[in-house]
Design a protein. Sequence first.
Length: 279
Amino acid sequence: MAHAPLRALVLAALALAAPTVQAQAFGGPPTKAWALTVGFAPLVGPAFNGSDDIALSVFPDLRINYKDVFFMSIPDGLGYNVINTKQWKVGPLVKLRFGRDEKGGGNPFLIAGESDDLQGLGDVGSAGEAGAFVQYNWKRWRTRAELRQGFGAHDGWVADWNASYFGARKFPGMGSAFYSIGPRVTLGSGDFVDPYFGIDAQQSANSGLAQYSAGSGLYSYGFTGTLIKPVNERIAVTAFANYERLAGDVEDSPLITERGTPNQFVIGLAFGYRFLWGQ
């Protein structure tokens, strides 16, 4: 048994910082063919998705972009813009979903704060998710939908939708900064949810939780806000906050009803440095 790791919460926050805002934060779109951004994101949030225990994690943030056609990042996965216009972006993508350890309840990047709520449920390995995305930009709005099929730790389907409004303004004491804010929704099949929130007979015997099998439907919904402050053309700092409400069969899992909470909050900072090269 297990859950969708904390990665989903923080990466949702990073991904919802609309690419237009990210480009502006570094002084505009890349002036070279290749752009590489490296950084890290310390955050405070649940020890695992569904936990009511708080932990500190530091996630890596790595982004590669080639002429706004090929992209690779931890939040957005590996993808290619087959259709790439001012308003539309459409293409294939592959994402990585990190696993979770039974001991401590942690993700691979947890550095402080643990939970013993997963004892008896076993570890969950990493999963890949392959699919496609559609993104539409209109004035200051961006909306994006993804549909992915899992392989590895889960073999179900996952559908994500989000929208974000972005802009810029001056803030007291910090000058100009860029922001994005918007809602998000995730749906999933039972084969996606069960490895994370289902409880089989052996796990029930080991943990004391009742057996449970989840079906398909609404997984979660929430809201994300980001504030990006450019330091110079190569360095930017991002503050983010994310609220996620676990829903449907996920919310009804004994792991949530007896040991956790469906309300998930994350706050954090991300620091990034951009390298540019090529024609």
